[in-house]
Design a protein around this ligand. Structure first.
Ligand code: ACO
Length: 332
């Protein structure tokens, strides 16, 4: 059977920085509160003419270039996003057009912050079943479009950005050894954007009630995030046939430094340097968070052949997922 590899990664963040000090001028908050509770110092905000499609296309172009491929070489596009440009058509179709790909399969998946791992899992299945030979995975979020900048409990947390990777069996870079996914819809109301769907179609009333903005019970989400990611990591490590101590790098969803630290406690053999963090500079970029962190880790750190990377994510739904990757050499 063919084995799926990530052969190139990329990421993109908008230029505009929103600092904690700037947020102090917008809502009743403080740099000290935000840093103590979340570890976030600043986040990026997309421009008025930047969307999940355009940011995703930027990341896609970079990944294709790094892989030594053109848009014509890919035969499927999977986009993870909870901030699509439109309810329909899909952001994947918009990206297909923007990058100049052929008339190939293109679709969005909605697994909130776990979308990158869900998309990787699909790409792996497509490659290993030989349905497709080169899959473009994109994660892209313009969370600033669904954040209420008058709600201090959420507006300090989120940022914009995108990431992409190319999955193929034809070259090696990072082998995708195992993927585990999960969900629990009974907790869906703890993290939700209630308006704009068929249950609460957009109306003057839904806008007046702020139903078009993210609503979150932060404390509850926090507890579920730690428990689910811990369990998912264990499942994924077992599925890969390795031990916890074999993991060289932990790349958790970048929602909150306290969640990352709580997760990292299990991995006593890892130094802080091997638990990769971007949350301080980008905040929570939802689906894009893991892809951005993976790409920056590969650029910044000395990764050695056979190092094992553990990705883990958690998001609205609830959804969660993990993946074990093995570094096979610097192709991209
Ligand atoms: N500045 C100052 N005070 C604030 C702020 C703020 N920005 N936000 C809330 N507070 C206040 C609250 O009003 C509350 O005040 P009170 O005690 O007088 O009522 C107090 O601070 C404590 O609020 P809590 O919500 O209990 O604070 P907590 O320690 O739980 O931290 C946080 C909140 C940071 C949101 C945390 O719960 C968290 O990170 N949760 C998880 C978020 C997450 O992981 N999301 C992942 C998925 S995201 C996705 O899928 C899109």
């Amino acid at each position: 059977m063919k084995k799926a590899h990530i052969i190139a990664t990329s990421s993109y963040v908008p230029e505009t920085i929103l600092t904690n000090q700037q947020l102090e001028q917008m809502v009743d908050t403080s740099d000290e509160w935000i840093q103590t509770r979340t570890g976030i110092q600043e986040r990026r905000i997309a421009g008025a003419e930047e969307f999940s499609s355009t940011m995703g296309a930027k990341a896609a172009d970079i990944a294709l270039k790094k892989a030594g491929k053109t848009a014509q070489d890919i035969d499927c596009i999977i986009v993870g996003t909870l901030t699509p440009d439109y309810l329909f058509p899909s952001t994947a179709c918009l990206i297909q057009d923007l990058i100049g790909a052929g008339n190939i399969a293109a679709f969005d998946i909605q697994a909130a912050c776990s979308g990158y791992v869900y998309a990787l899992s699909l790409a792996k299945a497509f490659i290993e079943s030989a349905q497709y030979s080169c899959v473009l995975v994109v994660a892209s979020e313009k969370l600033s479009s669904i954040v209420n900048y008058q709600d201090r409990s959420t507006c300090v947390l989120f940022g914009d950005g995108s990431a992409a990777c190319i999955v193929s069996a034809e070259k090696t870079h990072l082998s995708i050894d195992s993927v585990c996914l999960g969900s629990d819809g009974s907790q869906s109301d703890l993290l939700i954007l209630p308006g704009g769907g068929c249950k609460n179609p957009t109306s003057a009333k839904t806008v007046e009630e702020n139903l078009h903005y993210i609503q979150m019970q932060g404390k509850d989400v926090f507890k579920h995030a730690v428990l689910r990611m811990e369990a998912s990591c264990q499942e994924c490590i077992q599925k890969a046939g390795i031990q916890e101590s074999d993991i060289s790098w932990l790349i958790p969803h970048q929602a909150n430094m306290r969640i990352i630290n709580a997760m990292a406690k299990r991995f006593t053999h890892l130094t802080q340097d091997h638990i990769y963090k971007t949350v301080h500079k980008y905040g929570n970029t939802s689906c894009s968070s893991l892809g951005i962190a993976l790409d920056e880790l590969l650029q910044e750190k000395a990764i050695h052949p056979e190092d094992k990377l553990l990705l883990t994510a958690f998001g609205a739904g609830f959804t969660w997922g993990s993946s074990v990757l093995t570094y096979k050499g610097d192709v991209a």
